[in-house]
Write a protein of this length. Structure first.
Length: 231
């Protein structure tokens, strides 16, 4: 993936610096002069834009995601495609992730109750709008200094799973096997129930400090979701 450089512009946004990167996307802090605010820009792999069909799906999915308005969902302000680069523009938030919070030490029952309630509320709203997350995990959940939760990355997994052969379904699936539902692991059609399964795993992890299924390889973890009894 080509990296954007500080000072480079993408649409009406000036890149400040990269704040996160993964196998399937990079996230940048940027400045929007027209609104005098910082934003976060998630940039998808450049090779995806080579497919006209993907760009069409991206635009359709982005419009749906941008309509989600909920206090516990990180808002999407804008989206675009420029010079072969597809991107989402989101609220910039100085925050850690739920993954960081879990790794820092045991959570109190009060914290677990608050976080779980906020997550369930956000998911319930999204599901009522016909939107399934498909990649629910602590790393996609931001937590600010006041303990408020913001769920991110709605629709990203759906886009990647339907992408060109350059990014296969296996590549997308193997991103977060610890939280994947059995039907998603089996490459079956998914609905809201897949998110609920992933939410249950997050609750298990918040209470115990670990995920229910671990193994030496991502594929072995996926097979446990498919074959092993729940702990």
């Amino acid at each position: 993936m080509d990296k954007l450089q500080a000072g480079q512009t993408l649409g009406s946004y000036r890149i400040i610096n990269e704040i996160g990167a993964g196998g399937m996307a990079s996230v940048y802090k940027a400045y929007q002069a027209s609104m005098d605010r910082n934003v976060a820009i998630k940039v998808l792999p450049k090779q995806l834009a080579e497919s006209d069909e993907f760009v069409k799906r991206f635009q359709q999915e982005a419009r749906t995601i941008a309509k989600l308005e909920h206090p516990y969902i990180l808002p999407v302000f804008d989206y675009g495609e420029e010079n072969g680069t597809t991107y989402f523009v989101m609220r910039y938030l100085e925050a850690g992730t739920l993954k960081d919070k879990i790794q820092a030490g045991p959570l109190s029952l009060k914290e677990i109750d608050r976080i779980f309630t906020q997550l369930a509320d956000a998911l319930g709203y999204a599901h009522a709008q016909g939107v399934v997350h498909r990649d629910l995990k602590p790393a996609n959940t931001l937590v600010d200094a006041n303990g408020n939760l913001f769920l991110t990355d709605f629709g990203i997994a759906k886009l990647l799973e339907s992408a060109s052969p350059r990014l296969t379904q296996t590549d997308a699936i193997l991103g977060t096997p610890a939280y994947i539902s059995p039907e998603q692991a089996a490459a079956l059609d998914v609905d809201q129930r897949s998110d609920i399964y992933s939410l249950g795993i997050i609750l298990y992890e918040m209470v115990t400090g670990r995920v229910p299924f671990t193994a030496d390889t991502p594929l072995a973890v996926i097979l446990k979701h498919l074959q092993d009894p729940l702990p």
